[in-house]
Design a protein around this ligand. Structure first.
Ligand code: NDP
Ligand code: 2IT
Length: 445
């Protein structure tokens, strides 16, 4: 079956699941040539088997709020593909969570995890639970009820969840506590754990650090670096935090962060105590960045706007999917931006990517640039299996070399005739080939 027909079939089968269609379309269009070159792929139905998850668990999560009212949320775990290792991928708690979003994230995760070179399959899960404004006790009761169902389907060699939007150290703690009690074991079933109970150093920073390491490798190909550059970061969560720290460390000035309410422009740079303030904002469960401008009067708050209108050299979208559209991309290009590296999953729309690539900017897709998070989760799993902890330097060095290797793989598979590196194509092909060949080896299962 041809790629176009497979896509048409998928869209017919799952009408309205737009994020899912978007993610599958991008991968299938990138790998069409390598897929057609090897008839064994079509004969084994590799694409038809790859685009549908192995299975999806859907369950309700009843819990009691602080007023004594019963609340009910919906949750899913999508176990996508385990050809190269146990299912692996984060949990997202956000009111917008639905199956289309979790399938897009799970599908992307297969190729991202393959790129890390570590033995991890792809999966994703989450719930439409909104952590905004909830007390710690409410979050705990929700997480416990969520795990009461999920624990039956996961395990250190089966499926290893982690964090994503709305799921950080606090939530992983509550989830792990309940798992441990039910399963009567202390294992690496979740990653992003606390340092005292099996977590890895550098895991919290890893996604943002990796995104900057990857961008730095791209910049090197143009004999450029972060030194002296102005950087726009979006979001103010875990990924934005790590990216802001590392970009600053490499000599750049991070001039923006953003929330659903708007963005902060700080010409002096968001570093040091300002990053700590950003962490406090995130932890307050309010989901607004506006108070930053009151705290640091040299900065300005731009209500309802996105940071892409700021004049910067490098853009690191680290908030959420489809947060950087065609017009934003045009503005970045017109302002002389040279590099866009996706810290979030699918933050740039396909139209934005087209504008960025046509202008020949350096562009890194999330599945390559944000793979440092899950790669360090993989390193956490290894440490758990060995029952040993590596030092900060060891983990950081491993993370760095993984990002360098992913960059090399993208260059190998994505360099076009005129020498421009299409990192989207490179990442998709490199990620796909490893999984597809593993599936061929393992027969029709
Ligand atoms: P966090 O929950 O820590 O932060 C996400 C932040 O982005 C939240 O503050 C969220 O606010 C905000 N946000 C959402 N929509 C917008 C918007 N339209 N404009 C500005 N800000 C917005 O999540 P993470 O930092 O963990 O995740 C961020 C992205 O990185 C996601 O795409 C995630 O999938 C991806 N990622 C995360 C990894 C990890 O290890 N954590 C690894 C790889 C990728 P609100 O809740 O109100 O929407
Ligand atoms: O999107 C992602 O790669 C993550 N949220 C991290 C997944 C993980 O298993 O660490």
């Amino acid at each position: 079956m041809k790629v176009k027909a497979i896509l048409a079939d998928l869209e017919k089968k799952h009408p309205g699941e737009v994020e899912y269609h978007q993610a599958v379309r991008e991968v299938l269009e990138s790998i069409e040539d390598v897929y057609n070159e090897n008839p064994r792929f079509a004969k084994a139905g590799i694409l038809q088997r790859l685009i549908e998850p192995d299975r999806i668990f859907t369950f309700k999560v009843p819990w009691v709020d602080d007023q004594g009212n019963v609340q009910v949320n919906l949750a899913h775990r999508v176990q996508y593909n385990n050809a190269i290792g146990p299912y692996k991928g984060g949990l997202r708690f956000h009111p917008t969570v639905n199956l289309s979003i979790l399938k897009f994230l799970g599908f992307e995760q297969i190729f991202k995890n393959s790129l890390t070179t570590l033995p991890m399959g792809g999966g994703k899960g989450g719930s439409d639970f909104d952590p905004k404004g909830k007390s710690d006790n409410e979050v705990m009761r929700f997480c416990q009820s969520f795990m009461l169902e999920l624990w039956k389907h996961i395990g250190p060699e089966t499926d290893v969840p982690a964090g994503d939007i709305g799921v950080g150290g606090r939530e992983i703690g509550f989830l792990y506590g309940m798992y441990k009690k039910l399963a009567k074991e202390h294992t690496g079933v979740l990653t992003g754990k606390g340092l005292n109970w099996g977590g890895s150093l550098i895991r919290p920073e890893a996604t943002g650090f990796g995104c900057v390491y990857f961008a730095n490798e791209m910049l090197k190909t143009k004999k450029e670096s972060f030194k002296g550059k102005k950087v726009a970061v979006s979001g103010f969560g875990n990924v934005a935090w790590g990216a802001a720290i590392k970009a600053t460390e490499l000599g750049a000035t991070v001039v923006t962060i953003s929330g659903p309410d708007g963005y902060i422009f700080d010409p002096k740079g968001i570093s040091g105590e300002k990053i700590n303030f950003m962490l406090k904002l995130r932890a307050s469960n309010q989901d607004i960045v506006e108070p930053y401008a009151t705290e640091f009067p040299e900065s300005t708050f731009h209500k309802g706007k996105r940071p892409w209108e700021a004049k910067v050299d490098i853009a690191l979208p680290c908030a959420t999917q489809n947060e950087l559209g065609k017009e934003d991309a045009k503005t970045l290009v017109n302002n002389g931006c040279i590099c866009v590296s996706e810290g979030a999953n699918m933050p740039c729309t396909p139209e934005a990517i087209e504008v960025i690539q046509q202008a020949r900017l350096l562009f890194a897709p999330g599945k390559a640039a944000n793979a440092g998070g899950v790669a360090t989760s993989g390193l956490e799993m290894t440490q758990n299996s060995m029952k040993l902890n590596w030092s900060k330097e060891e983990v950081d060095q491993k993370l760095h070399s993984i990002m360098v290797n992913i960059h090399e793989a993208c260059v190998k598979h994505g360099t076009t005739r005129d020498g421009y590196v299409d990192y989207v194509k490179g990442a998709n092909i490199a990620g796909f080939l490893k999984v597809a060949n593993a599936m061929l080896d393992q027969g029709v299962v």
